[in-house]
Structures are given as C-alpha cells and as structure tokens.
Ligand binder design. Structure first.
Ligand SMILES: *Cc1c(COP(=O)(O)O)cnc(C)c1O
Length: 374
C-alpha cells in the first residue's frame, strides 16, 4: 500500500462543495433539508396514497414542462435504474433485432444484455474506440436503434438524430437528461436514472415515451411473449398513468427528483441547465488544453461531453495520487472510469455543480500536482 502524500490545500483552493462525482452526483442540500422538514408526513407513508402519488404526478408534469413534451407522449417510471431498463427493453420493446452504438462501458453493457436474450436475434453492434462514438446505420432489419446520449465512462456525447423512418430510437440518457436540450422528434424512448445529471438519488428510472413507443410496448405485451412483471414496460406504463410504480419506489429519491425539477424549471429549464454545464465543462477543457501535464481525453471537440469531463494526465503525474490527495481534502470522486484503465480524471459538470467550484478545482489540481513533484 502506498500512503497518500500529506498535502493540505489552502482554504482558498477548497471548493464550497467538494462533490464532483459522476454518479451518485452532488445532491442539493436544500432538497435534503426540505425532505427532512416533511417530518412524519411523507417518509414512511404509502406509495398508493395521495402524499406520494402527488410527488409522482408533479415529476410527470415537471418532466413534461422541462422537455415541452407533446400531449400524446407518456412519462414512465420504474424501479431499478437504467440497468433495469436495458432488460425491460429486451423483453418489451425490441421486436427482433436492435442496433447498438457501443463506445464505452454503459453502451457496451446494454449490447451484451441483448446478445444473451434468447428470444431476440443477435444485435448489430457498431463499435468505436473509447473517446469517440460510432454513427448509426439505417437498415430495414432494425426495429430499435439503441443510442447513449452521453457515455459516462468516457465523457463522449453524441448528437441525437433519427437514423431511419422505420425503427424506434431508444436513448440511454442517464448522464445527459436534465442537462442537455434535445428535439423530441429524434427519439421514441428517452430513459435515465436520476442520480447523475438530475442530481437526485438512485434506484429509479424514468422515460419519455412517444406514442409510437407506447404502441410498441402494447403490441409486445399483447403478443404472449414472456415478460417478467418487474421488467414489464406495459405495467410501468399502466402504473405511471395512475401516478404510481408497479412495485415500491424509494420515496426519498422521488422527493429529491421533484425538488430538482422544480428548481430547474424556476431557474430557466433545460436552457439554463445546458448553459451552466457548458460553462463548467469549458472551464475544465480550457484548463486542460493550456496545462502542460493535462489534455482532454476526447480530442474531437464536437464529441466532448458537457456533463462528464475526462482529462488525461501526463505519465509523470499519477492520477491516483492526485485523486487520493484531493479526497483527503474533501474533493471527492474524480477518478477515471476504472475499466478504461487510463491515467485520467473524470469530473462531473452537472447542473448542481457550481461553475465557480469547478474553477477552484482546477487551481486545486495545479496546487497538488506542483506539490507532488517537489
Ligand atoms: C450510470 C449509468 C447507467 C446505470 O445506471 P443505474 O442507475 O446504476 O442502473 C446506465 N447508463 C448510463 C449512461 C449511466 O451513466
């Protein structure tokens, strides 16, 4: 075991809030205060009664407002996070064959889950090196195109364009939803967990579903295909329309999601969130480009994520050491994605993160690196 070098950051190099993790991500302390203030009226009450159902209803309406959803779209909820959605899509959304753009850990896991589904054909997997993303290829055989809006493991963001008039577009938007503006005609099913860009807690998934997506869900549910109830999009749809989930959700997560959506709507919605994330991420990319020991991992500027920034460090500077020293100074969770295996920092720039804190973080990293090499 190596020990963490003993380097104390001066007070002016400490961000107000040291949470820069890409998920779970920084939760607004005001949301936790508001939750605590509910005392005996919310936590520990039935999710089938109005107290909790009103929260679910507010989230549905809030997401509609945030995304300016057409009135014939649905907002679905379920338990289990985006990982559960991959299996739910395998059972209840893909008819025969899907196409997957794989460019990192999360997109890769979804494709792997589909490969193992015995009732589906082998998926078409288009892969690119980490740090880039593949382009979809229109094909009459494909009934679902699987995109990942932001590959959280590598910090690559892809544009969303419907590749073909047929074939539904399902987008894993887990670290983009709530932070990036989109055009809803470009997809049919936009799903995400709330513990990333939405700055809430995990265990839940939400999805924006087009009428065509709802038709697909109904069609497969009526086809007689075996679908485990927990993974049934049809049961999720029916329950969501009643402001419920099929099984018991985490009430605290719902509360924080509602708080976050209300806060974002007040501040100016997705336009506000996107601008803020751009400001924060630009601070980091600009810093990396002008720092001799650092460089943005994603070389193509157009593919650089505005929500999860990945920065390679020079071999002479150990990212593990930098991360450990910062952790000892209460700056948390900025190590690169383990499986990527690079000498890298990964820093979240979600809407809850203060751009001023990101600025201080760059100075803190410079300070630590200067003292590590002494
Ligand atoms: C974190 C993440 C997931 C997994 O989310 P869980 O809530 O842990 O299931 C899936 N996709 C992306 C893009 C993610 O960032």
């Amino acid at each position: 075991m190596t020990t963490t070098p003993d380097i104390a950051l001066p007070a002016e190099l400490r961000p107000q809030d040291g949470r820069f993790g890409s998920g779970p991500s920084k939760v607004d302390a005001a949301a936790l205060d508001a939750l605590a203030a509910t005392g005996t009226s919310y936590m520990g009450t039935s999710h089938r009664q109005s107290g909790v159902r009103n929260v679910v209803r507010d989230i549905r309406h809030g997401l509609r407002d945030l995304y300016e959803l057409p009135s014939d779209w649905d907002v679905l909820f379920g338990v289990g996070g985006a990982t559960a959605v991959w299996d739910a899509l395998a059972f209840g959304f893909i008819l025969r064959k899907s196409q997957h753009l794989v460019f990192g850990e999360f997109s890769g896991k979804f494709a792997a889950a589909i490969r193992k589904a015995p009732h589906l054909e082998d998926p078409e997997v288009l892969e690119s090196e980490p740090g880039s993303h593949p382009r979809p290829q229109a094909s009459a055989e494909i009934d679902v195109y699987a995109f990942t809006h932001n590959e959280t493991s590598t910090g690559v963001m892809m544009p969303l364009h419907r590749p073909a008039p047929t074939g539904l577009v399902a987008v894993d938007a887990t670290s983009a939803a709530g932070a990036v503006r989109v055009r809803v005609p470009e997809f049919d099913f936009y799903y995400f967990s709330p513990q990333k860009a939405f700055g809430a807690d995990g265990g839940l998934w939400m999805a924006l579903a087009s009428p065509v997506a709802v038709d697909r869900i109904e069609l497969i549910a009526a086809s007689g295909r075996h679908i485990p109830a927990f993974l049934s999009l049809k049961l999720a749809l029916d329950n969501s329309r009643k402001d419920q989930t099929y099984n018991t959700p985490a009430l605290a997560t719902l509360f924080i999601v509602r708080h976050q959506i209300a806060k974002m709507l007040d501040a100016g919605g997705l336009r506000w969130a996107e601008r803020r994330c751009r400001t924060s991420s630009s601070i980091l990319y600009d810093w990396a480009e002008t720092t001799d020991y650092a460089a943005p991992f994603v070389t193509d500027e157009a593919k650089r994520s505005t929500t999860v920034v990945t920065i390679d460090l020079d071999d002479a500077v150990s990212a593990d050491n930098v991360v450990a020293v910062l952790r000892a100074n209460d700056i948390l969770d900025i190590s690169g994605y383990r499986k990527l295996g690079r000498n890298q920092l990964r820093i979240a720039c979600f809407p809850n993160i203060e751009p001023a804190d990101v600025e201080v973080l760059t100075q803190a990293i410079d300070y630590v690196v200067a003292h590590l090499s002494e």
